[in-house]
Ligand binder design. Structure first.
Ligand code: PGA
Length: 251
């Protein structure tokens, strides 16, 4: 049975004070039956860690360097994240692929560094509008999933894949529940080709892209969708708490 996972990606927003307030409010509001996490900007991770200590809220990071340490001015490595209590880290977010020009090779290295460093990795995949319009969605997903080398994935609980169509991120456009399901099912089937059906059945697949309280319930009702990666709405404690309580919205 896959535990649902709702992760908030705060991106390059908030201040130290507002990060602390938001984390405190979310930690108080999360339901028991769902894994919930937040990924603050690096510089606020430690402050957030101290206010959520003892709560169920999982601490995350938005990015990390692909090496475990060394002479890389300005970078942050996995052991530093672990030192602060970070439990999960994103890799391959579309803003890093498309705005910061991270190559597939770099994303692959980061994913494996995060995973082999002992953290949960959220490996993000998704097509641009142009790729969608030319019916390339499933090909793009397949190619971005080939960044996950089979040999290292021994614990499917630490591999999470987020399907985030680029055209839906921060735009207010959301994939239909059927589209989210189709992509999630394709991801699971591709993971099973690489890693076997048992691993594929255990890996959690999230949907991301303009998730809000008003659209989350039918997406979460899809059989292969195990959670959501939330940007804008995760900056509002009330909205994010509602998303985490999507079962009540569905009722
Ligand atoms: P959004 O961002 O919810 O603001 O569309 C999602 C994401 O970037 O993960």
């Amino acid at each position: 049975m896959r535990t649902k996972f709702i992760a908030g990606n705060w991106k390059m927003n908030l201040t130290k004070t507002s990060s602390i307030e938001l984390a405190r409010a979310i930690a108080r509001a999360i339901p028991n039956n769902v894994d919930v996490g937040v990924a603050p900007p690096f510089v606020y991770i430690d402050a957030v860690a101290s206010v959520i200590a003892g709560s169920k809220l999982l601490l995350g990071a938005q990015d990390v360097h692909c090496e475990q340490g060394g002479a890389f001015t300005g970078e942050i490595c996995v052991p530093m994240l672990k030192d602060l209590g970070v439990k999960f880290c994103l890799s391959g977010h579309s803003e890093r692929r498309h705005i910061l020009n991270e190559s597939s090779d770099l994303v692959s290295k980061k994913t494996h560094t995060i995973y082999s460093g002992g953290l949960i990795v959220i490996h993000c995949v998704g097509e641009t509008l142009e790729q969608r319009d030319s019916n390339q969605t499933l090909n793009v997903i397949r190619s971005q999933l080939s960044e996950l080398q089979p040999k290292i994935i021994t614990d499917p609980n630490r591999l999470v894949i987020a399907y985030e169509p680029v055209w839906a991120i921060g735009t207010g456009e959301v994939a239909t529940p059927d589209d989210a399901q189709e992509a999630a099912a394709a991801i699971r089937s591709r993971v099973s080709e690489f890693h076997g059906t048992e691993t594929a059945a255990s890996v959690r697949i999230l949907y991301g892209g303009s998730v809000k309280p008003g659209n989350v319930a039918p997406i979460m009702a899809q059989p292969d969708v195990d959670g959501a990666l939330v940007g804008g709405a995760s900056l509002d404690a009330g909205q994010f708490a509602q998303i985490c309580r999507y079962r009540e919205l569905a009722a």
